[in-house]
Design a protein around this ligand. Structure first.
Ligand code: ADP
Length: 368
């Protein structure tokens, strides 16, 4: 695609723009696809011991849970923070299982009104785990109600309107809140302060993903050899959800075009069909890099402008593509906007201009 093609993207389709996938269908999206929940449930680890990777979070959580068990009280509220697909929901379920208690699941966007939260809270039994996914998206009135609930296990329910309104205090049984967020920076200070423990989830190493794949392949009865597993692990962007999804796509390919066994050549051929490149970048990632490099000469450019250029929502670019592009050392978030690193130019087969090298060397603190 040429620079001029980017000028007006208003009436182009996703395919014209070169991304070709909606966020939901992209094989490398870390967000779960519609209809993927069921297989994910089958693949979820059920105990801390079967939970692969995240050694720090696992050890810290083990201590939090063990100490609460010894004292006979529900553990402190837990915040799990990190990109999608790294196992936050799985960990929340494991916390409930390890405590031998039930879990109630909701999400920030579902809690639009304080009443929505009051209904959830009043249904809790003593010691239950309340899991709120995407907790940074909770509506203000519900968030304010949550403060009191987390601190004093009490909520004030307002009945009626105007001068006649009264506030009725409602006791709730002690519970443990597990909040998950992909953007801990978007959490308000008062909410963050009410969590006793924050687990920062990290991307997985290829070796850890190989273990995830080994377990998943055995649960799903997929024949794959060590080399095939290693190849999928390397291209899965450090994310178990993506590794598991690529495994299923490779299984499809192996069954239709090969003899059912996912060997290295079969895995490579399958991933080519699904447009997953050597570094685990998909069409949208490459479109972002391509726009950054070719249309904006490597940046800096604001994320909204970049998103328009590839025909995606800024949040998709920010939350789906960028974490991995930053981690892979191809994109930097600077105070002035997004910048392509020399590696990004090279990945697109282009020679980086000399100033890219200088920016790298002169301002290392700008790169995270
Ligand atoms: P998140 O809530 O962070 O988006 P999930 O907990 O829903 O992530 O995990 C997505 C999928 O990835 C799950 O179905 C599970 O099969 C797999 N998964 C995540 N973390 C692990 C892990 N540590 N070990 C094994 N499988 C995992």
């Amino acid at each position: 695609m040429h620079d001029g093609d980017r000028a007006d993207t208003a009436d182009m389709t996703d395919f014209d723009r070169g991304t070709g996938w909606g966020r939901e269908e992209a094989p490398l999206s870390a967000v779960a696809h519609t209809g993927e929940r069921e297989v994910e449930t089958t693949l979820r680890p059920r105990t801390l011991d079967s939970f692969v990777g995240q050694p720090r979070v696992r050890e810290q959580l083990q201590l939090v849970l063990e100490s609460a068990r010894k004292r006979g009280v529900p553990p402190d509220h837990v915040l799990l923070s990190g990109p999608p697909g790294l196992g936050k929901t799985s960990l929340a379920m494991i916390i409930a299982a390890e405590l031998d208690t039930s879990i109630r699941i909701t999400s920030g966007p579902a809690l639009e009104k304080a009443g929505d939260l009051a209904a959830m809270l009043s249904n809790l039994a003593e010691g239950d785990v309340l899991f709120i996914d995407e907790i940074h998206r909770i509506a203000r009135p519900a968030e304010e109600m949550l403060y009191l609930a987390m601190e004093d296990f009490r909520v004030d329910v307002v009945v009626g309107k105007g001068p006649g309104a009264t506030s009725i205090p409602l006791e709730i049984p002690p519970f443990t809140l597990v909040g998950a967020t992909t953007r801990s920076g978007a959490l308000t200070g008062p909410l963050r302060d009410r969590f006793g423990f924050t687990g920062q989830m990290e991307f997985y190493t290829p070796e850890e993903l190989e273990q995830v794949l080994k377990r998943s392949a055995s649960i799903l009865g997929i024949a794959i050899d060590d080399e095939g597993r290693a190849e999928i692990a390397r291209r899965s962007r450090g994310t178990p959800r993506i590794a598991n999804r690529l495994l299923r796509r490779v299984r499809d390919y192996a069954e239709v075009r090969a003899d059912g066994v996912a060997t290295l050549p079969v895995v490579r051929a399958a991933l080519q069909v699904y447009d997953v490149d050597e570094l685990g970048l998909d069409r949208l990632d490459r479109a972002v890099l391509d726009a950054l490099v070719r249309s904006f000469n490597g940046g800096p450019v604001g994320v909204s402008t970049l998103a328009v250029a590839v025909g995606e929502e800024p949040t998709t670019v920010e939350e789906v593509c960028e974490p991995y592009l930053v981690r892979a050392g191809m994109l930097a978030r600077t105070p002035r906007g997004r910048v392509a690193t020399a590696l990004a130019w090279e990945h697109l087969g282009l020679q980086p201009p000399p100033e890219v090298g200088r920016l790298d060397a002169a301002t290392p603190s700008l790169f995270d």
